[in-house]
Write a protein that binds this ligand. Structure first.
Ligand code: ZN
Length: 299
């Protein structure tokens, strides 16, 4: 299978390396980015591009896996510089009018919004291309296939290109270092059964490299997907157990953090990596996502 050259651009989110990536692929008349990163890392993105002799104007296409701000927040700026933005049908309206998306993020992040995510601007409607499930996106000699992969969010795609799959958040978060994966589980659309089906869908495909947005390109695809599926099972059992014991929301949050720390320590992760996981994927957010999921679908 063709091995397409993919560059990992480190957006240095909050001054941390290896937290949020944007993936760059060159074609005959410019470059494609998979993920724009948030608006807050636009300057880092420009720096990474200039190291390659490029500017924002060289980016002709942006494929976002989903519209969470750490993946798509800078898309409006890239569109302003000329790029066409490709997105899931459910996410498209929120790129064009980000008001509701920002209000929803505001409920999670409060007065940290500007510092974390910068200034998110709309993507003009004519700069948005809505992509359907299994649709092929052909850019020069690059052929991406969009794969509907809900569970983390309803508006989530993974993009398959030759031997590599860009998994956004559906394959979990994996920071380079000792092999360790965590599933980011934000409200309000977290859905464990849909997530399991999405992982099974990815497992049926054949690719040699997996590229989660958080962070980097890994070649042990089988281990990665199997571990993510096992984690989903573990989270579900843990959740049922907590709910049977009717713990308070506050205790639930504390216990999830403790459980995460214990798993991370057991894997031999250094503190710096554990902290990067918290930056990329705060455990409080996953606690809220799990509680909301339980009340909406399971209670
Ligand atoms: Zn996400």
């Amino acid at each position: 299978m063709a091995k397409t050259q993919v560059r990992t651009l480190d957006l240095n989110f909050r001054g941390r390396p290896e937290a949020i990536a944007s993936y760059l692929l060159e074609h005959s008349s410019g470059a494609v980015l998979v993920e724009s990163g948030p608006a807050s890392t636009l300057e880092s993105l420009k720096s990474r591009l200039s190291e390659l002799g490029m500017t924002l104007k060289d980016v002709t296409h942006v494929l976002v896996t989903h519209i969470h701000l750490d993946h798509s927040g800078a898309a409006g700026w890239l569109a302003q510089a000329g790029a066409q933005v490709f997105v899931h049908p459910v996410g498209a309206p929120h790129l064009i009018n980000p008001e509701k998306l920002l209000a929803s993020a505001g409920r999670i992040y409060g007065d940290m919004m500007a510092e974390l995510w910068g200034e998110t601007i709309p993507v003009p409607a004519e700069k948005v291309t809505v992509v359907q499930d299994t649709e092929e996106i052909v850019i020069g000699s690059l052929r991406f296939v969009a794969l509907d992969t809900p569970g983390h969010a309803e508006h989530h795609y993974a993009y398959l290109l030759d031997d590599i799959c860009f998994t956004g958040d559906i394959g979990g978060v994996r920071i380079p270092g000792p092999p360790f994966i965590r599933l980011p589980m934000p409200p309000p659309e977290l859905h464990l059964e849909k997530w399991r089906r999405s992982l099974q869908r990815l497992r049926m495909l054949s690719f040699d490299r997996i590229a989660p947005t958080h962070f980097g390109i890994f070649t042990d695809v089988g281990w990665h997907l199997e571990t993510a599926e096992k984690l989903l099972d573990a989270v579900e059992s843990w959740l049922i157990n907590r709910m049977v014991n009717a713990v308070t929301d506050e205790t639930f949050r504390d216990e999830l953090l403790a459980w995460y720390r214990q798993q991370a320590a057991a894997s031999g992760l250094p503190d710096s990596v554990i902290n990067t996981f918290e930056v990329a994927n705060p455990s409080g957010m996953s606690a809220d996502g799990l509680l909301r999921y339980w009340r909406k679908y399971r209670e």
